[in-house]
Design a protein around this ligand. Structure first.
Ligand code: CAA
Length: 286
């Protein structure tokens, strides 16, 4: 019988995790939202309230629906709160050792039939899956930023993911109002494999003073009809995440020069210029 996934856990409430909580709760799913510290938990709670308050102010969500949405979310510090959920999706930083440790813990804590999912952008879902005793129930569910807005979800199946898990997750994506594409476990999947060479090239252009950041962004917006230019997009994704994605794709994808992170990107991350989340990246934010 198909799984319903009526309760879902989300681990890590950064930009992506908080957005994923909103997506599930908006679709009537009960969510247990987990962080490792009170401070991080409060930051996640504030992101969710800010986003849903904005939706109410813009007339996209009724105040009563926002209250019902928030009422479906339970916030907790620590993984123990996830013992009864049907599905866990993690959105912690893009480090394989961290994710493997987390999945080993989830495997111990979650009920045996629970599906464990990763929102990784570029790491190997297979390597994460084999950190558990249930690799057939591990899958990639990759959302795009901002998760409440972007329609695509990449459903990543490994060579051992069970067919029924894939089918149930595909059905879940449709319930969330998303369009799912199901693909194999390859660095960057489809969208990032195509996108990040382009983003990296834009950074290299800035670095070489080939064109200004504004002109690069305007060229791609107005010349190619994209919703935002590459540098503004990297600020949205986060320069730290962008660096991690490129570095992982470079190392996993046969050291293709297109994915060797531009030195400027690393310097900006080291200097704490992370994009919108830190208030400054290629541009400055209020
Ligand atoms: N959370 C919730 N809603 C948001 C939001 C957020 N963070 N940001 C924007 N929105 C909503 C707005 O409220 C607005 O909704 P209404 O029209 O109903 O009022 C709508 O989205 C459009 O927003 P804006 O009018 O403010 O601005 P916009 O028209 O420029 O759209 C955008 C903003 C949706 C971000 C758009 O610029 C866009 O699509 N940019 C490209 C984003 C993209 O490529 N994302 C993929 C990144 S790659 C990735 O995520 C993969 C990875 O693994 C790293």
């Amino acid at each position: 019988m198909a799984r319903e996934f009526t309760s879902v856990g989300v681990v890590g409430l950064g930009t992506m995790g908080a957005g994923i909580v909103e997506v599930f709760a908006r679709s009537g799913v009960d969510v247990v939202a987990v962080e490792i510290t009170d401070t991080a938990l409060e930051r996640g709670r504030a992101t969710l309230s800010g986003s849903t308050d904005r939706a109410v102010a813009k007339g996209r969500l009724a105040a009563a629906d926002r209250d019902a949405l928030l009422g479906r979310v339970t916030f907790a510090v620590g993984l123990d709160a996830l013992h009864a959920v049907d599905l866990v999706i993690e959105a912690v930083p893009e480090r394989l050792d961290l994710k493997r440790r987390l999945f080993a813990d989830l495997d111990r804590i979650c009920k045996p039939e629970a599906v464990l999912a990763t929102n990784t952008s570029s790491l190997s879902v297979t390597e994460i899956a084999v950190a558990t005793g249930r690799p057939d129930q591990v899958i990639g569910i990759h959302f795009f930023n901002p998760a409440p807005v972007m329609k695509l979800v990449e459903v990543v199946r490994t060579v051992v993911t069970a067919d029924d898990v894939v089918a149930d997750v595909e059905a879940l994506c449709a319930r969330l109002g998303k369009v799912g594409v199901t693909i194999g476990d390859r660095a960057g999947f489809v969208a990032n494999a195509l996108l990040f060479g382009y983003l990296n090239h834009a950074v290299a252009m800035v670095e070489a003073r080939y064109a200004t950041r504004e002109d690069i962004d305007v060229a791609m917006k107005l010349g190619c009809g994209l919703p935002m230019g590459p540098l503004a997009l990297m600020d949205l994704i986060g320069l730290d995440t962008s660096y991690e994605v490129l570095d992982t794709m470079y190392r996993r994808g046969g050291r293709d020069r297109r994915h060797a992170p531009a030195p400027l990107l690393r310097q900006m991350v080291t200097a704490g210029l992370l994009g919108r989340k830190s208030g400054r990246g290629f541009y400055t934010y209020e």
